[in-house]
Design a protein around this ligand. Structure first.
Ligand code: AHR
Length: 323
């Protein structure tokens, strides 16, 4: 989903921020001058998510922000209930990483009516952008395109069909939708590249293994696996090994995230290429929160800087990797 936002929205965001800050309603941290941030996390489904949670907690502490944190266990209803409780508690700012794209209008309108600014982190929503102040996170389409570019190059000389399996992320989530779109838009230019199976593994290692086990049984010839995150890729590696095949050789594997275990598998030759998705959003989020409370302008869309890794680059990067 390429959600390009018109520049005028920056003005709209500012107006909302100033209205929220100037309302005199005060946040729950008002008296001691400390800012209170209510954060609703998706869950703890992956190594990426663990690193993201750690980053947010550590950055809040360093910034002196009072953090109220809740894990939604990958359920939208839990996130909506948590956001409503943050509204009731009159926190200064609400931030959340939305598990899926749709279904947020009502609760975002409630936050706006209560004059509590909302910041999206990591994942997008399809609501009107005037309902949140800023969206900090990756360009997931670009990540899928990076995997697509690698695939195009890897199979540029192929004269026979290349059978591709895709393990998709959580159904309806921005990264699953956008990574698939970016990848498939790139490989469409080579008719030999064929996606023969594409199923969700919900971004977890366990589901990645289970889904890949079934796909291996149904498809004797698989050339390439694209897993939407490292954890599903690692689960699939276990399934491939149990099926008596060599991951990285008999079946090439490309993933997204570049968390420690994924990078180790890449350095070990079991994964062939990774597009990075940075979970280190904590410092930028705390900056945004402070600016909002100070009535300063914040950008409507802040895109995380990311790179890609080959096997050689993973071996070199691993010793200094933070997550
Ligand atoms: O939204 C980011 C994605 O969510 C990460 O790629 C994945 O590992 C996580 O679960």
């Amino acid at each position: 989903m390429n959600r390009k936002l018109p520049a005028v929205l920056l003005g709209a965001a500012m107006a909302f921020v100033l209205a929220a800050c100037g309302s005199g309603s005060g946040g729950s941290g008002g008296d001691d001058g400390k800012i209170t941030l209510g954060f609703s996390q998706v869950g703890s489904e992956s190594g990426w998510r663990e690193a993201n949670t750690k980053s947010i907690k550590e950055s809040a502490q360093t910034a002196g922000i009072d953090l109220k944190f809740s894990d939604a266990q990958q359920k939208q209803e839990n996130q909506i209930a948590t956001i409503r409780s943050y509204i009731q508690q009159k926190v200064d700012v609400i931030a959340f990483s939305p598990v899926v794209v749709t279904g947020w209008d009502a609760v975002l309108k409630e936050a706006q009516a209560a004059k509590i600014p909302v910041v999206l982190t990591d994942r997008a929503v399809d609501s009107d952008p005037s309902l949140y102040v800023s969206f900090l996170g990756s360009d997931f389409v670009k990540e899928g395109e990076a995997i697509g570019d690698w695939t195009l190059n890897e199979y540029k000389d192929a004269t026979a069909p290349v059978n591709i399996v895709q393990l998709e992320g959580t159904v309806g989530s921005a990264p699953a939708i956008d990574r698939k779109k970016g990848f498939e838009s790139k490989i469409a230019s080579n008719p030999n590249l064929k996606v023969i199976a594409s199923q969700s593994g919900d971004f977890t290692r366990a589901d990645g293994k289970e889904v890949m086990t079934a796909i291996l049984k149904a498809n004797p010839k698989i050339d390439l696996l694209f897993a939407h995150n490292d954890d599903m890729g690692i689960g699939a590696i276990q399934a491939i090994e149990e099926a008596g095949k060599k991951p990285g050789a008999d079946i090439k594997i490309v993933t997204i995230d570049a968390v420690h275990d994924g990078m180790q598998a890449l350095a070990d030759g079991k994964i062939n290429f990774i597009a990075e998705c940075s979970p280190l959003l904590g410092d930028q989020l705390m900056d945004i929160v402070k600016k909002i409370k100070a009535g300063q302008p914040v950008e409507k869309r802040i895109i995380t800087e990311e790179t890609t890794f080959t096997q050689q680059q993973a071996s070199e990067a691993l010793p200094n990797r933070k997550y």
